[in-house]
Write a new protein. Structure first.
Length: 503
């Protein structure tokens, strides 16, 4: 352990617990490249301790009243709202995104807390009376027990909040394994939950690497696992956890397309493409990374995107004038850059090359500028791979049908969008496109909290989308009760309960 930087430890049983494995990972400030923090990596024993804490807490939390759960969640929501700036500052310091983007992330997480505060409606059961003589059938939903969440670096506050508020509201206890690249936001959230009155052990935070993840996937006391990240890891999570008898929702990667028809408002489409491709430095699974231009609009559309992209100010996330920050690590920056530097050799026209960007005074930061590639063939790596950076590919097709066929040939099916003034075309698109989330003149169709988020094909492994009604169903299991009670008039002779015996 080093002594010149702070250490982020675990949160187990309602308090900070110092890591004892002796393994640590560096946390950098992406704007400077400097290591500012080290994070303790959990070993198997520490994972077991966190799960044991959650299991012990479940004994009482799982049978606690809905009134108690929601009262705590309402207090947590108020604390979260009051501390949104502080959480956003932690996100900016470790992830690099600009402060306004970090604030937006917290706001979207709050939506799911709002949903969890109203969990009483979500958990209402059903009742059918007189299905046979004096027989009633009811259905109820009950919690699973200990559940785990494994979350990515790009939304260190929002994605955990897609999971634990509903899980806890449904009566489960939770073990969070956040990204080791930006761990501090999760610790702040744990402190706020404790301040809100959440009983010790209901929410736990474990930091670590594959050792911690694999132990959670095989642990016999973990009933379900939620994951958001890349497709290869999502597939591993789903396969491994399912083989160990767990319920799994594993959200993977994406290559989101935006189809632009000849009748579209090209200014609106260009604005949307720039926002959706380059916002949050492209480090989001709902980023538009491929624009499919139909017919004659391509030249004008590319010119408008280029004009807007060149005006985006890139700088430290804590600079109020910055519109885009750095990438999370130097290694990721270099990988993203490789797609641009190799694009021309694969047949792409490089309209903008952001790989040479430098930010004065922050020369060691993980900087990359905005890149725009035109006439991209579907064989190019920049098109086939999820880049997770500020690189936008433009593909040209002659017809709507050709565009939809190209998009449906992608192995990913997370989000997609169409820009058009034609309602009939939009209606066809939303029915014919093979993706889980569709935007009509909306570039990033992330559903609001009371609808569920999730893709198709290699963008989702498991049967449940995340949050919304699917989230509630994922974190509960159904039970059906069939009941027959004798009528009071059938009481034994000699006992008169005052009921007439004439039926």
């Amino acid at each position: 352990m080093t002594t010149d930087v702070k250490t982020v430890n675990h949160w187990i049983g309602g308090k900070t617990v110092e890591g004892v494995s002796g393994n640590f990972g560096p946390v950098t400030d992406p704007a400077t490249g400097a290591v500012t923090t080290q994070v303790a990596f959990a070993d198997v024993d520490e994972v077991d301790a966190a799960v044991a804490s959650a299991k012990a807490a479940y004994a009482t939390w799982g049978t606690s009243s809905l009134a108690k759960r929601t009262a705590i969640l309402f207090k947590f929501r108020a604390l979260l709202d009051a501390n949104r700036d502080a959480i956003a500052e932690l996100i900016t310091a470790e992830h690099g995104k600009v402060h306004s983007d970090a604030l937006g992330e917290v706001a979207r997480g709050l939506e799911i807390v709002d949903l969890a505060c109203g969990i009483t409606v979500q958990l209402k059961g059903e009742l059918s009376t007189e299905v046979a003589s004096r027989v009633d059938v009811s259905s109820i939903r009950q919690p699973l027990g200990v559940v785990a969440g494994i979350t990515p670096f790009n939304f260190p506050a929002m994605v955990p909040m897609w999971m634990f508020p509903l899980a806890i509201a449904c009566g489960n206890t939770f073990v969070l394994k956040p990204s080791e690249k930006d761990p501090s936001a999760s610790m702040k959230i744990a402190e706020l939950l404790s301040e809100a009155g959440l009983p010790d052990g209901v929410f736990n935070v474990l930091h670590g690497d594959k050792v911690a993840v694999d132990r959670l996937l095989e642990h016999p006391d973990v009933a379900a696992v939620s994951f958001v990240g890349s497709t290869p890891i999502a597939r591993h999570i789903h396969t491994t956890a399912s083989a160990n008898g767990k319920r799994v929702q594993a959200l993977g990667g994406a290559k989101n397309h935006m189809l632009v028809l000849p009748d579209a408002d090209l200014d609106a489409a260009a604005d949307a493409a720039v926002s959706a491709a380059y916002g949050s430095a492209g480090e989001r699974c709902m980023a538009i990374s491929a624009v499919v231009a139909v017919g004659s609009v391509a030249d004008e559309l590319v010119a408008k995107i280029k004009d807007r992209a060149e005006k985006i100010k890139i700088g430290p996330g804590n600079d109020p004038t910055s519109e885009m920050g750095p990438l999370i690590t130097a290694a990721h920056r270099d990988k993203v850059a490789s797609y641009v530097t190799g694009a021309a050799a694969e047949g792409c026209e490089v309209v903008l090359d952001g790989t040479g960007l430098r930010v004065e005074g922050h020369e060691n930061g993980h900087w990359i500028g905005l890149s725009l590639l035109d006439r991209v063939p579907t064989t190019a790596k920049a098109y086939r791979d999820e880049i997770f950076g500020p690189v936008l590919c433009v593909l040209r097709v002659d017809t709507y049908e050709e565009g939809v066929a190209l998009m449906n040939a992608s192995p990913f099916g997370n989000g997609t969008a169409i820009f058009t003034r034609d309602g009939g075309a939009a209606r066809r698109f939303q029915l014919e496109i093979e993706a889980g989330m569709v935007g009509v003149n909306v570039p990033i169709p992330v559903p609001v909290g009371y609808h569920s988020f999730g893709g198709w094909k290699d963008s989702l492994f498991g049967d449940h989308h995340i949050y919304g009604n699917d989230g509630t169903h994922f974190y509960t299991r159904g039970k059906v009760v069939t009941t027959r009670w004798p009528d009071p008039s059938d009481a034994p002779a000699g006992v008169d309960l005052g009921f007439p015996r004439n039926h």
